[in-house]
Design a protein around this ligand. Sequence first.
Ligand SMILES: [Zn+2]
Ligand SMILES: [Zn+2]
Length: 345
Amino acid sequence: MQNAVPERPRRADEPLPEAREVAFHIWKITVPIPFPLRTVNMHALVGEDGWVLVDTGMGTPDARAALKAGMERAHLRLDNLRAIVLTHHHPDHVGLSGELHEKSGAKVYMHPIDETAIQIFWSHAMPQRFGRVSKFFLQHGLPQTQLWLSHVEPRTMDDIIRVPPHEAITMVEDGDEIDLLGERYQVIWTPGHADGQICLFRARDGVFLAADHVLPRITPNIGLYSQNERPNPLQDYLASLAKVANLPARIVLPGHGEPFADLKGRTSEIALHHEEREALLLAMLKEQPQHAYQLAGQLFQGRLKSDEALRMGVAEVIAHLEHMRYNGLLQQEHTADDFILYTVA
Ligand SMILES: [Zn+2]
Ligand SMILES: [Zn+2]
């Protein structure tokens, strides 16, 4: 079964595509993705009479092979997949949702903000949408870049990312309780990494399905990617961190990386990281007014190697700059050649 998973070089601390029971009747199935994080976790919640899948990876050939192997290892069959919970709209979390829903008839849950996003991003309105996104980045100094998905044939794209139709999705909001195979889960809306991201908390035994809100090893990407999003994602994110910090969680199951226990400790570390980064950016802006792309170059020092990583890095810097601007520390200056510079207020 292991041979079904193609070999590729990895960092020593990175989990291989694998399927492992990480808590009683909860399986973590880790599959490869063509993005800087390299793997994503799906979580299977197994009950008496079927199972529930939290997030769905993408439909690339190596991810399909890893999912198949993982399901075999965990003795999971599609005919009794009862529900799919999609934590947020990113392609590595929703890619196979349309196909798995069609094959199983599973009920699909999502927050309305990100449900709107998947219909916009992963339906055919995409090129128009991304045209607006690149204008936004150009103003912040980023040269034209290629999106990963622009390299993919439209037909292949359908295999890799396909989402259920709007009518098939059950919307869930902050504070809702949903029943999944007889267990109660609290829905916690955690905007920041994505505007409509949700986490699930099972109070009975402290299982916290953290999506990409709180990750171990790396800090989640908090970026502003267009003028159509909530305007201050870092402020949202810090409020969402505070919202979950004191949950009585016994195990945190993140969207990337390994499970961990110390939720409160990790939220403090991440909040501190953002404070430190803002102090660095402020110091750079005291030297001279700059746009986000120039600042990202100094901050990341050539570490942003792919177009994908570059866009994410610049979007993170914009999120920090906007957070500081809303807090009265910075101002924007529009130049004659249509760039947005930031200056110390
Ligand atoms: Zn994500
Ligand atoms: Zn993710």
